[in-house]
Design a protein around this ligand. Structure first.
Ligand code: SAH
Ligand code: DHB
Ligand code: MG
Length: 223
């Protein structure tokens, strides 16, 4: 099986059931035009995030890793009128591109992009009492996923859902010998999700336009 086939199936899925629109496609075009890396969630994954937020009735969403705001738009659209999404981003250029795309998508009033290293911003959010968040999407620098997961649980409530992107990465997660910080971070966060008694974990491998990867889920069941 090849990336080409996975991509073709993603295209078929999009064609049959995942409608995008000018704002979503425009956000991808703006990100590309600005030279941002092409690493946003796929169309189908964006839709999954939106459905999860909707299913959950999420009113407060935390995203770690904004990039061009593509996943942000998908999730923000699931929010009620008074809902809020805070998205953390370290790169001012990414934040600027995202801000413009959020405005074009009509969700800028619900979204706040916080600039800075997410570890620091998460600490500030905790100090401010910004939580609890109903949904947390972790999708920034993977080596910090263990710290992000720990902070997410602290900023959650019973019933919150934590979603962690890119936890399989072409199967590299099986490599026990590696010193690659990304892989080490992914292995560690899976172990944390599997052992932390405050959460019920689930994880599925995925294929598609972004290759072979996986998405982890942790339902918070204990404060
Ligand atoms: N969620 C986005 C993709 C995010 S890509 C989407 O699916 O559309 C990862 C983002 O995390 C990049 O924009 C990168 O600049 C940002 N990032 C990397 N390290 C970070 C850090 N330490 N703190 C906050 N953001 C970080
Ligand atoms: C990368 C980051 C992501 O968040 C992603 O979904 C895919 C790739 C990366 O850093 O290569
Ligand atoms: Mg990702």
């Amino acid at each position: 099986m090849s990336l080409e086939q996975w991509t073709a199936v993603d295209r078929y899925i999009n064609d049959k059931m995942v409608a995008t629109d000018g704002a979503l496609d425009g956000a991808q075009r703006a990100a590309q035009a600005a030279g941002l890396p092409p690493i946003s969630v796929s169309v189908a994954q964006g839709k999954l995030l939106q459905v999860l937020a909707q299913l959950h009735g999420a009113r407060k969403i935390l995203e770690i890793g904004t990039l061009g705001g593509y996943s942000t738009i998908w999730m923000a659209r699931a929010l009620p009128d008074d809902g809020r999404l805070i998205s953390l981003e370290i790169d001012p250029k990414h934040a600027e591109v995202a801000q413009a795309s959020l405005a074009r998508a009509g969700v800028a009033d619900k979204v706040e992009i916080r600039l800075g290293a997410a570890i620091d911003t998460l600490e500030k959010l905790a100090a401010e009492g910004a939580g609890p968040f109903d949904l947390v999407f972790i999708d920034a620098d993977k080596q910090n996923n263990p710290a992000y997961f720990a902070a997410a649980v602290d900023l959650a409530h019973v019933g919150s859902l934590i979603v962690v992107d890119n936890v399989v990465r072409n199967g590299s997660v099986l490599d026990t010998e590696t010193g690659d910080p990304t892989t080490v971070g992914s292995r560690k966060v899976i172990e944390m999700m599997g052992t932390d008694k405050r959460v019920v974990p689930a994880l599925i491998q995925t294929v598609g336009v972004k290759g072979w990867d996986g998405i982890g889920f942790a339902l918070v069941v204990e404060g």
